[in-house]
Write a protein that binds this ligand. Sequence first.
Ligand code: NDP
Ligand code: OXD
Length: 312
Amino acid sequence: MPQGALLFQPTDYPHQIWTDHLRRLMPELDIRTTDEEARRDDVVYCIAWKPKPGSLRSLPNLKVVFSMGAGVDAIVADETYPRHVPLSRVVDDTLSQAMTEYVVLNVLAWHRRQRDLENLQRLKKWRLIAAPRADHVRVGILGLGVLGQAAAQALKTLNYKLSGWSATPKSIDGVESFAGPESLAPFLAQTEILVCLLPLTPATRGILNAKTFSQLPKGACVINCARGGHLIEADLVEALDSDHLRGATLDVFQIEPLPETSPLWAHPKIVVTPHAAAITDPASFMRHVANTIRRMDRNLPPENLVDVARGY
Ligand code: NDP
Ligand code: OXD
């Protein structure tokens, strides 16, 4: 039996789509939504996404927090997060598959100059644009975690040359490993298409900046599908306008939804998508929640735990 109630906390989500799955999996579980927040003392499990600072601390008997996303930056940013409470994040094949599709789509689009071809079509111009073979193009992935490695596997089957940058060295067949701050410059120097799949932490905030772009070869492209906080947007525009960079795909932004006034929307070298690279699947997420609650019933620890102090 569950050890207490579950609170589905996000206010801006249509909670029924999510909680219905969990009700089917665990009819015995007392599931609360924010409407019922007055009864907090017996809440033991909490599903969170961008919690109001202090809101998790206000649940005195919490035993686990489930992040609705793979990225937990918005949760660990709350300085009052109760550090003794385990934080479990999404690690899920459906999410990895979706992110892999997004990365492959956009790597291919920049490699094969899709935007230039669409512009030629608009102008009714029949002109060949040569693209090198994939095995002559190096894709560099910032972050070789669950999503970075899944994307690398798929890109490998297309024969791209691959490098990855992570905090600790990796040994992945077909992927040149670079680790730590001192290896960022050599990693960037050979990267023609840069994919950001880092978690947002104090160490990675603003990492896509003017200095980083200047270390990429001229004509490189950037794909940011991690967090808006990784990118200094003005530096990107500058690097594109000066023709140092050839193009960028952005799925995530400093402010979301991206304001209508943002120059990024209409920039000719930028592709904008609305934080849609990989969306958590409610059914799959709730299976993870139900499995974890059952594990905890048997005194087993939750899975997919985040190191809260490290931030990912
Ligand atoms: P993981 O935690 O599995 O992987 C993170 C990777 O980043 C690890 O390889 C880690 O290195 C590396 N890393 C962390 N900090 C540093 C650092 N300071 N220097 C170098 N490398 C570092 O995360 P996921 O792959 O699951 O997810 C990555 C991010 O993708 C999420 O945090 C989220 O922000 C974003 N995301 C975006 C979505 C979207 O729709 N746009 C959807 C889902 C996720 P090491 O392995 O050595 O620890
Ligand atoms: C995530 C996201 O982190 O959707 O999972 O951005």
